[in-house]
Ligand binder design. Structure first.
Ligand code: F6R
Length: 610
């Protein structure tokens, strides 16, 4: 949460910072700001609201045309969204400027101490104490000043600092909040996330926790926060800059929904043997002995990634016959989880930076557990800190609402479950081949299901004024219902609930009245008749039911008001295609209601605070 950009080089700082922030707006959009050093002084402009408000304020063409600067897009934690609380923040004399992502946990104490020393604060933020501390601890050298600051502050931070006295240097510090340094020629960059600098460079240093970087035009030097030099490897990012563009779509979310066939194909690629008989996951580096020894799996994740974990549980328990718990990371970390010596912990995180998920990863490692990260971001904290990594190859996901990351997480979980089963001998060859062949056919099935978009758009139009919406299903369809409801709430702001279809009559059926939309998923053949009975229960209360089932099913249409037909596939892998109409439904519902689809209110991508 919160996006940071820093630049030093020959280009006008305004161009690089605003462009970079526009690519990071998904990290927060409560306010935005920019600072640069020009003519020996620090200049700052900030605006509450979207980045476009800041751009409007920069109407003077010449403003911020200097060659060193920092920028920030905020997701508010301490202090409501306002001009004053927007970053960058300065000290009393206006000689330092700072942008921050994270939370300075001891800011109240620091603030009191600084107030007692005569500092005057202009914002309610935790960040402003850092600027005042810089003034208080100033050594005359930005690097050592920031080392001194780091000794005083506790909490999580990615910080980029600038001084009017040294108009050639940025100092960037990282503790628990992501930060990368982009390496150019005669110019260098700092950013919270790679898309911000992808247009200029694909070579980066990923700062580790407890590291800082001194960034000038001509070079980058990295150190520990205690000042010990560290040698960094250059990470070359394969992402194509075009992948981070909207590419003709109205919204990133729609583009990302449409990218799913490719993302599924890419994530499968090279992980199934050419003859389609085996899963190839040598990349995990696990021995047969280790795989045989696993006696339980804990899947830990948040939000949509947690929903993917629910599908993963079903797959692993069914094929690998290992008991699986799926835990919400913010609960897991404080719940004294019962891990055995042979528990495998699997964290699922698109960004690889979600604070609670990372905490679960770290706690589990500290207890001696092996941790596998399923993540979409190479170089992310999860990817670097886990013992093994299974990368989803979805490409950059920019829309706040996760779509292609989810489907590729499912692909990764299927591959993992089948791989464990293959090595443990708990799946027979024929079943393995059938499921693998079903997985291989999914990209095409995903293409086909996208054709249903116009009908879903019409449904969204018809129900644009709905206050509530219910999603029901059994088995894997229930896990999908949870994801469908989350997506709808998140971007359309329609209240939505998901229920195991058999559970409605234990209370919630009281809310089903005439015309209430119910999305009923009926893709799990072995549960079909049971689900049909539950659908009849809501129909009997005059709900409007939109059913989802496979093409060729003539039965469902008799019991519901409308049906979306999915291409035939094996029910066990159906979630990967079933979710697509649900994503489209949320998307069109948000569009017809005039919402900002890619940046839903109160939310941000990459939740780097607890
Ligand atoms: C919802 C959504 C969130 C994320 C959650 C975890 O559309 O995107 O629920 O899934 O914040 O994020 P990651 O996967 O980055 O850990």
């Amino acid at each position: 949460m919160c996006g940071i950009v820093g630049y030093v080089g020959p280009r006008p700082v305004r161009d690089v910072v605003i462009e970079g922030l526009s690519r990071l707006e998904y990290r927060g959009y409560d306010s935005a700001g920019i600072a640069s050093v020009e003519d020996g002084a620090i200049h700052v402009e900030k605006a509450v609201g979207r980045l476009s408000n800041l751009v409007d304020r920069l109407s003077d063409e010449g403003a911020f045309s200097g060659h060193i600067g920092i920028g920030h897009t905020r997701w508010a934690t301490h202090g409501r969204p306002s001009d004053d609380n927007a970053h960058p923040h300065r000290d009393c004399r206006g000689r330092f400027a700072i942008v921050h992502n994270g939370i300075v946990e001891n800011y109240l104490q620091l603030r009191e101490d600084l107030l007692a020393k005569g500092h005057r604060f202009t914002s309610e933020t935790d960040t402003e104490v850092v600027a005042h501390l810089m003034e208080e601890l100033d050594t005359g050298d930005l690097f050592t000043t920031m080392m001194a600051v780091a000794r005083q502050i506790r909490g999580a931070y990615a910080l980029v600092a600038m001084s009017a006295e040294d108009p050639n240097t940025l100092v960037a510090l990282r503790k628990s909040s992501p930060l990368v340094v982009g390496l150019g020629t005669g110019e260098n960059f700092v950013a919270s996330d790679i898309p911000a600098i992808l247009e200029y460079t694909r070579d980066v240093y990923v700062l580790d926790d407890g590291q800082m970087a001194v960034v000038t035009r001509d070079g980058v030097q990295c150190f520990t926060l205690e000042g010990q030099p560290v040698a960094k490897d250059v990470l070359h990012v394969a992402w194509d800059p075009v992948a981070a563009e909207r590419g003709g779509y109205d919204h990133f979310m729609l583009k990302e929904i449409h990218e799913q066939p490719k993302a599924i194909r890419d994530t499968l690629s090279g992980r199934i043997s050419p003859d389609g008989t085996r899963v190839v996951l040598d990349e995990l580096g696990w021995s047969t002995e280790f795989i045989q020894s696993i006696d339980r799996i804990h899947i830990v994740a948040c939000g949509t990634s947690w929903h993917a974990g629910l599908v993963g549980k079903a797959v692993m328990e069914r094929f690998a016959q290992i008991p699986v718990n799926v835990e919400v990371a913010s609960e897991y970390r404080y719940s004294h989880p019962l891990q055995t010596d042979h528990t495998l912990v699997v964290v699922i995180t698109q960004s690889g930076e979600t604070a609670d998920t990372l905490a679960a990863l770290r706690d589990s490692k500290a207890r001696g557990r092996r941790v596998l990260a399923i993540t979409n971001v190479i170089g992310s904290s999860a990817a670097r800190e886990a013992d093994a990594v299974l990368l989803t190859l979805a490409g950059p996901e920019i829309a706040v609402a996760s779509t292609k990351a989810y489907t590729t997480q499912l692909v990764a979980l299927y591959l993992l479950g089948l791989y464990l089963a293959q090595v443990r001998g708990t799946v027979d060859d024929q079943t393995l081949q059938e499921v693998l062949s079903a997985l291989v056919s999914l990209p095409q099935a995903a293409e086909q299901v996208l054709d249903a978009a116009p009908r879903i758009e019409q449904f969204a139009l018809d129900y644009q004024d709905a206050r509530d919406c219910f999603f029901i299903g059994r088995g894997l369809d229930y896990a999908l219902s949870l994801e469908g409801a989350l997506k709808l709430k998140e971007i359309s702001y329609i209240h939505a609930e998901a229920y195991a279809a058999g559970e409605l009559k234990h209370g919630t059926l009281a809310l089903i009245t005439e015309g209430v939309p119910v999305i009923a998923l009926a893709t799990q053949t072995h549960l079909y008749e049971k689900t049909l009975s539950n659908i009849k229960e809501v129909k009997a209360r005059d709900a409007f039911v939109l059913g989802l089932t496979f093409a060729g099913d003539d039965e469902l249409q008799k019991s519901v008001d409308e049906v979306i037909y999915l291409p035939q596939t094996m029910p066990v892998v159906a979630p990967i295609v079933t979710v697509i109409p649900l994503q489209l439904l949320a998307y069109y519902a948000a569009v017809v209601r005039g919402n900002d689809v890619d940046k839903p209110r109160n939310l941000a991508k990459s939740v780097t605070v607890e």
